[in-house]
Design a protein around this ligand. Sequence first.
Ligand SMILES: Cc1cc2nc3c(=O)[nH]c(=O)nc-3n(C[C@H](O)[C@H](O)[C@H](O)COP(=O)(O)O)c2cc1C
Length: 194
Amino acid sequence: MRDTRPLHIVGISGSLRKASYNTAVLHAAQELLPAGVTLEVVSLDGIPLYNSDIDGPVQPAAVQALKAAIARADGVLIATPEYNHSISGVLKNALDWVSRPRDASPLIGTPVAVTGVSGGGFGTVRAQNDLRLILVELMGLTMGKPELFFGPAARQFDGDGNLTDSAKRAEYAQFLDAFVQWIERLKIAERAPA
Ligand SMILES: Cc1cc2nc3c(=O)[nH]c(=O)nc-3n(C[C@H](O)[C@H](O)[C@H](O)COP(=O)(O)O)c2cc1C
């Protein structure tokens, strides 16, 4: 039985494309999450390419906004495309920004879930593995199981980006339930006396 306190999740899509399937995955989560859990989709649009010359005590506004969104969230759901067997440059670049300064990243100790959709039948298996490794370095607390791979996208989503595959919707709802439980378990651990 779920703790009834409201939870807030931030959804990050690794694609900037207007008709992105990965962004569509996040919007589908808004329909499938348990009652009392909200999901805000944040865009990576406007995040500059990482360059330490423009990094410092005051980071670019788009980076500050992304980091603030993560900092106020109870958990982060990342939907990554697969580009040449790994995550997109857009997502890696954003995570590089979020990781700085090293000891003050809002991802440190934050519950994270990863998923993703691609056009192919292997549906981001390799990209998600790479993302999990990156999140180890960023000290996000990534949910191990269940894993969730969408694809081929055109078979599971309609032309308007709605997740129409009913089996996949059911699997996704279970995945989101597990993520909510993961967040709550970590919150209890955080509150426990050392
Ligand atoms: C540069 C590039 C590389 C890609 N490499 C892969 C790949 O390695 N494996 C795969 O399944 N799909 C690959 N794709 C297809 C994308 O996964 C597909 O276009 C997906 O829909 C992109 O996500 P989006 O809809 O959220 O933009 C690639 C696409 C691009 C543009």
